[in-house]
Design a protein. Structure first.
Ligand SMILES: [Zn+2]
Ligand SMILES: [Zn+2]
Length: 94
């Protein structure tokens, strides 16, 4: 196992993450998130919780899905409980 794929560090608790056919080696979750976590198609923040999927892409929250013009998700959210992060208050939002 070599250096962290993101920052190049070889110190710390190195671990690997497998996602689909992608594998990364990291020294911290910060680096793992930087490389592996998907980005919201609307606001670009890293999605750390359950993403909101649509045919147009994936979003960090229903708000972003709505803003990006996804009426299906928005309508469904009216009376169906959908597990999403409470406020889209993810770190790294500018
Ligand atoms: Zn690193
Ligand atoms: Zn977003």
């Amino acid at each position: 196992m070599g250096a962290c794929d993101v920052c190049g560090s070889t110190e710390g608790r190195m671990f690997t993450v497998n996602m689909g056919n992608q594998t990364g080696t990291f020294d911290s979750f910060e680096c793992a998130i930087h490389m592996m976590a998907p980005a919201c198609e609307h606001c670009g923040c890293r999605i750390l919780g359950h993403p909101v999927d649509s045919e147009a892409g994936i979003y960090c929250c229903l708000h972003c899905a709505k803003e990006a013009g996804n009426p299906h998700q928005a309508a469904k959210a009216g009376h169906t409980a959908v597990a999403v992060p409470a406020h889209g208050n993810a770190p790294g939002q500018g």
